[in-house]
Design a protein around this ligand. Structure first.
Ligand code: MOS
Length: 771
């Protein structure tokens, strides 16, 4: 059932009324005209103090009586057949309580490497499929071979050394280009090249014929590693057929469901909790191999087991952002109007798929003729997992670089060229973001190539990039808000706070509805035991999924409270308001405190549960963003220093301004690191990762930090009762492109490879041979 409502959408200063279909039961919609008290303010994280004082309990802080420590034995070889495993010595080591190997009757977790599917996914396969595994094939160095649980981590480590594995070593391939050759060792029986993905519209050849200028180039990006501060891991305990798990995961429900599937037990028998999380960035969906191994060890040892990966393991076998080689060709009319974009790419996601990069080409600009051809290439390397805006940082680097080159060729301002090809949207928010971020960086100072000095040791340049991200969240998502007769307020949703401030956002929305401050709301989350379903925190859909449910639940609780307060105030509930911690008659004549009203409840607690409705039809636009960078290049050393980045973004209606700005800052930092420093290095002859640590795999630190100017814009396109959209991923999308364009602008030579290391700069300047 649905009803029609008129709402106001757009931007402050540019709104319009539209009529939309809204599912029955929706509260009054927070649209462009709604003025709110708590929502949109800068609210400090409710758990900030707990985090900085160490009170916050992460997975590695969980200690259970009699708990054992798990460790995993990993293959040193990139491609091998396991002939035998002798784990007797390990099992006999005093202190060892459980040993798992693929040869034992234990159902060992592993990737689904079904030879036929060619679609391996990093989820555990069912036990039945992994029983007869004589000659199990290892596909990358670091893949799990065996595991132990012991009374101390040291004994567990020693036990691993006692496990004797006989491998038949097979030929491997880890190099992207080698893997494409017909004679290359095959990662899967069907070869290394799954079906390519082809898309687009129009006729690119006709588009290029109609163009006044055409540029083309090949851009490369490296494999990058997630490196969430907290590694993967979990604690598992079996008791009376019930499985309790504390896990570092982006999705407690997905984690639970993987275990339910693997162990073939009812969902009601498994509880997964994640009270605090040190980041995930896409690599922590589901139980994965690690989660299943912990639970298996605990089951076999008849004792709780904790297993947290170390950084080395984390960087071998938990996911990565695939590499890319992108040939892109772009054509435009003299005035900058795009006529055609053709993208042909390949890249490796290791033993998995997921190296596509065409999102930006398909989403960012209006162009009549687009063709995308993407090819995954299997290599004997760790599988990719989604990594903050999968495919977009890579794709935007190539596309936005090509557009800058095109603008230079046409003698146009790169910003004007983007505006010329602006994709018409409801909120028109991107135009505003372009202008605000351009002003913040001082874009008018940008010099066209001809005006950039070719001498001088230190050279500066300006560059820009665009972001779009198109996820709005959807049902199911459930929430409960409770008010106790003692005045306490609880907001409950199973969702996890992966470090983004979900907890605080839930409190903000509840507080808004109940006329309280956010710190007056207790948030309960990170627990499948709440029974309040939430999707995984990924795809930038956490708040967009759960907050509409939280809002509806809070509205339900509000109604019940007003009913209880009404008699005492001598007015019907619809003549009452909840504001500034008081329940008052709308004329303000009579009032009581929130606690007094709660004291009038006829039970010790009232609660209202609500579920998220479908997105309003025809509503829901992308989240947009624009980033501008100013860099300084030392042409004698090749060192690039990013001086400043301005970053304008939106998330529909901003819920917490401070957290949103933090989200932008974090995205910029992560993507700057990707642009300048990060790359996984494989040794082709041995097939191993050379830098699976944080010493040789460099990530940006304080020394690399520029001034960052985060700019949050409210865009009201209102696809849900709050009008919130996603912000987790967009800020990481345009940064590398903006930096690369700024460096190209500074040195007068096009940067075509990430990361932008000093040796590459010196090569571009002709000071050393090709890096
Ligand atoms: Mo993200 S890659 O959706 O955690």
């Amino acid at each position: 059932m649905a009803s029609r409502r008129t709402i106001t959408i757009g931007l402050d200063g540019g709104t319009q009324k539209v009529e939309i279909q809204v599912p029955d039961g929706e509260p009054p919609i927070w649209d462009a005209e709604t003025r709110l008290n708590v929502v949109g303010q800068s609210v400090r994280r409710l758990d900030g103090a707990d985090k900085v004082t160490g009170r916050a309990r992460y997975t590695s802080d969980i200690h259970l009586p009699g708990m054992l420590y798990g460790k995993i034995l990993r293959s040193p070889h990139p491609h091998a057949l396991i002939q035998s495993i002798d784990a007797k010595k390990a099992a006999n080591l005093p202190g060892v309580k459980a040993v798992l190997t693929f040869e034992a009757a234990d159902s060992f977790a592993r990737l689904d490497q079904s030879e036929d599917s060619g679609h391996p996914s990093p989820t555990p396969s069912s036990p039945s499929g992994t029983q007869a595994r004589a000659g199990r094939r290892i596909l990358f160095a670091g893949e799990e071979v065996a595991a132990v649980a012991a009374t101390t981590p040291e004994i567990a480590e020693d036990a691993l050394d006692l496990i004797e594995v006989r491998y038949d070593i097979l030929p491997h391939v880890v190099d992207l280009e080698e893997a494409r050759k017909p004679e290359a060792p095959k990662v899967y029986a069907k070869g290394n090249l799954p079906s390519p993905s082809v898309g687009g519209h129009g006729d690119v050849e006709a588009g290029f014929k109609a163009a006044d200028a055409v540029v083309e180039g090949t851009y490369t990006t490296p494999v990058a590693l997630h490196n969430a501060l907290e590694t993967h891991g979990a604690v598992a305990r079996w008791e009376a057929g019930r499985l309790d798990v504390w896990a570092s995961t982006q999705g407690v429900f997905g984690f639970r469901d993987d275990l339910v599937k693997f162990f073939k037990i009812p969902a009601a028998s498994v509880r997964v909790q994640s009270e605090y999380l040190g980041g995930g960035f896409g690599a922590k969906f589901g139980a994965g191999v690690t989660g299943v191994i912990v639970a298996l060890l605990a089951k076999k040892a008849l004792a709780p087991v904790k297993l947290m990966l170390d950084r080395h393991e984390e960087n071998l076998a938990t996911g990565n952002r695939p590499s890319s080689v992108q040939w892109i060709k772009v054509g435009a009319k003299r005035d900058g109007t795009l006529t055609a974009i053709h993208l042909r790419s390949h890249g490796t996601a290791g033993i998995a798929e997921g190296a596509g990069v065409s999102g930006p080409v398909r989403m960012f600009y209006s162009c009549p003729n687009i063709k995308t051809e993407e090819q995954d290439v299997f290599t004997n390397a760790g599988f990719a997992m989604p990594f903050r805006a999968p495919g977009f940082p890579q794709g935007s680097f190539a596309l936005e670089s090509a557009l800058d080159e095109l603008a230079d060729r046409l003698g146009l301002d790169p910003l004007e060229l983007r505006k010329k090809n602006y994709l018409e949207t409801k909120a028109k928010v991107l135009m505003q973001q372009y202008d605000l971020a351009a002003r913040a960086i001082g874009w008018s100072r940008r010099r066209p190539p001809a005006a950039v000095p070719k001498n001088g040791e230190i050279r500066r340049g300006l560059g820009m990039g665009t972001a779009a991200w198109g996820m709005y969240g959807e049902p199911p998502a459930d929430a409960t808000v409770r008010i106790g007769s003692d005045g306490r307020v609880e907001c409950v949703c199973g969702t996890q706070d992966i470090g983004t401030g979900t907890r605080t956002a839930m409190a903000i929305v509840t507080a808004e509805v109940l006329g309280l401050g956010p710190d007056q709301v207790q948030v309960i989350l990170g627990d499948t035991g709440t029974g309040m379903y939430s999707p995984a925190s990924g795809g930038s859909v956490t708040l967009t999924s759960i907050l509409p449910a939280v809002r509806s639940a809070a509205e339900g609780a509000r109604s019940k409270l007003l009913e209880a307060a009404a008699p005492g105030l001598g007015a019907p509930p619809d003549r009452l308001d909840l504001k500034a911690g008081r329940v008052a008659t709308k004329d303000g004549a009579r009032s009581m405190t929130f606690a007094q009203a709660a004291g009038r409840l006829k039970s010790s607690v009232i609660s209202a549960q609500a579920s998220r409705s479908k997105n309003y039809e025809g509503m829901g636009d992308s989240s947009w963003g624009a980033q501008f960078a100013e860099v300084e290049v030392d042409t004698s050393t090749g060192q690039v220093r990013v001086l400043k980045i301005s970053a304008a973004h939106d998330a529909g209606r901003t819920i917490n301004r401070l957290a949103s700005e933090s989200q932008i800052n974090g995205g910029v930092i992560m993507a700057l690191s990707y642009a300048l420093l990060e790359q996984r290095v494989m040794d082709a002859p041995t097939g191993i990762v050379m830098n699976a640590n944080l010493e040789d795999y460099k990530i940006a630190g304080p020394m690399e930090m520029p001034e960052i100017v985060p700019i949050m814009i409210d865009a009201y396109d209102v696809a849900n009762n709050i009008g919130v959209k996603g912000l987790g991923e967009p800020p990481v999308v345009p940064t590398a492109a903006a930096i690369a364009n700024a460096v190209s602008n500074a040195i007068g030579v096009r940067v075509r490879d990430l990361p932008i290391t000093p040796d590459r700069i010196l090569a571009l300047l002709g000071k050393v041979k090709e890096a």
